[in-house]
Write a protein that binds this ligand. Structure first.
Ligand code: PLP
Length: 407
């Protein structure tokens, strides 16, 4: 199998598995217990907390462990909105945020908050002027993701956070896709809050974290014990946290060792090869301000889902932006927000590469994709022609409607 869906999730790294297995062998304690078993688990959790804060560039910050990126985003939006309700009731999010942010914002609207959704341009970049125009004295939080999961576009987070800080507004960034892939230094980015997730880094699923600048308070969205300094009730997922720490360690070491430049070269090779071999193909997302491993393209007359399934049968895992739920496919809200026409959205497909991707795999994919696209296009065009003919023939056999003269 060739796995090119790293933005959806990444394989658990062998070293992470080993570190987690070694931890599980001897550590089953509850990090809140006062005895030796508990203290051992607590020490492991606190070591990862310090390590990730250092990796994020703010050792003095706070880190709340969560069940993943979705919970971190929910905690950021709901936790800040509810904590600052007396100060203001207005939040701003971009139109290309992950549903974890967009749906959390929708839930807040039902609680009486006002949310402004900021548009993006055709590359998926947030419109800074529109953002600035919509700020009000009631605005308490702006949430703009660092890098987009579908098209990989990287936002000008520094400029947005500067504008927010000048106006006394808190700034949250969803760094789930960027942490471990590009530089995520919260101080340089000017982020007051940032979400991360373990399974995008080669760690286990079900672990993530919300970073908070020192002194920032969120209202817990879970009710229970006083875990995580009262910000997140529930026994910490110590093995998951240990796995996330190991994955963060390895990703950052790889980043320093140039692995991501290799991933970017492979992505560029894939992009160049597809554009060379396939006519009527377009790039979605920013041509340069883009995550190193992400390639989202649209193919004329070739449904993304059909291509995904054909590639799956041929042993290659890719993805489309569409969310397939209860039998109906919703168009990608990201591509819609970028203003792409329906046909281009239907024909979109995402390849996302990671540390395990090899040159041999990319060359194999470049051999496989063009003939599959050609076959799908032939089938699709043939079907459209045939259905066109069938409709004309049916129309010609139907009794003619009475003309206006004969009435
Ligand atoms: N934010 C972004 C940008 C993502 O890509 C994802 C996952 O795809 C999430 C949040 C949700 O993270 P998790 O799967 O850890 O809940």
């Amino acid at each position: 199998m060739i796995y090119l869906d790293y933005n959806a999730t990444s394989p658990v790294r062998p070293d992470v598995r080993q570190r987690m297995a070694a931890f599980l062998e001897g550590n089953f304690g509850n990090p809140s217990s006062l005895h030796a078993a508990g203290r051992q688990a607590r020490a492991a959790v606190e070591a990862v907390r310090a390590q990730i804060l250092a990796a994020l560039g703010d050792p003095t910050g706070q880190l709340i462990f969560t069940s993943g990126g979705t919970e971190a985003d929910n905690l950021a939006l709901k936790g800040i909105a509810r904590a600052l309700r007396s100060k203001g009731n207005h939040l701003m999010v971009s139109s290309v945020e992950h549903h974890a942010v967009l749906h959390a914002a929708e839930a807040l609207v039902k609680e009486g908050f006002r949310v402004t959704v900021i548009p993006v341009d055709r590359y998926g970049t947030v419109d800074l002027q529109a953002l600035e125009k919509e700020v009000t004295p009631q605005t308490v939080l702006i949430s703009v993701m660092h890098a987009n999961n579908e098209v990989g576009t990287i936002q000008s987070v520094e400029e947005i956070s500067r504008m927010a800080r000048e106006r006394g507004i808190l700034f949250h960034t969803d760094a789930v896709q960027s942490f471990g892939k590009i530089d995520v230094n919260v101080r340089r980015l000017g982020a007051d809050l940032a979400s991360i997730s373990s399974h995008k880094l080669g760690g286990p699923k079900g672990a993530g974290a919300l970073y908070l600048r020192q002194g920032i308070r969120v209202q817990s969205i879970l009710h229970g014990g006083p875990h995580e300094h009262g910000f997140r009730a529930g026994t910490e997922n110590a093995p998951g946290i240990v796995g996330m720490g190991a994955a963060a360690d390895l990703s950052l070491a790889e980043k320093a060792g140039g692995v991501l430049q290799r991933v970017e070269r492979l992505r560029d090779r894939l992009q160049a090869g597809l554009f060379e071999k396939i006519p009527e193909i377009e790039l979605n997302g920013h041509p340069t301000h883009r995550l190193p491993g992400t390639l989202n393209v649209s193919l004329k007359d070739c449904h993304g889902e059909t291509l995904l399934m054909a590639l799956d049968l041929a042993g290659t895992c890719v993805s489309t932006g569409s969310a397939c739920s209860s039998g109906s496919t919703e168009p990608s809200h990201v591509l819609v927000a970028m203003g792409l026409p329906a046909a281009r959205i239907e024909g979109s497909i995402r390849f996302s590469l990671g540390w395990g991707t090899t040159e041999v795999e990319i060359e194999e994919v470049l051999q496989k994709v063009p003939p599959i696209v050609e076959r799908i296009r032939k089938g699709q065009r043939h079907w459209e022609e045939r259905s066109g003919e069938a409709i004309s023939s049916l129309k010609s056999r139907l009794p003619r409607p009475p003309s206006a003269d004969s009435q």
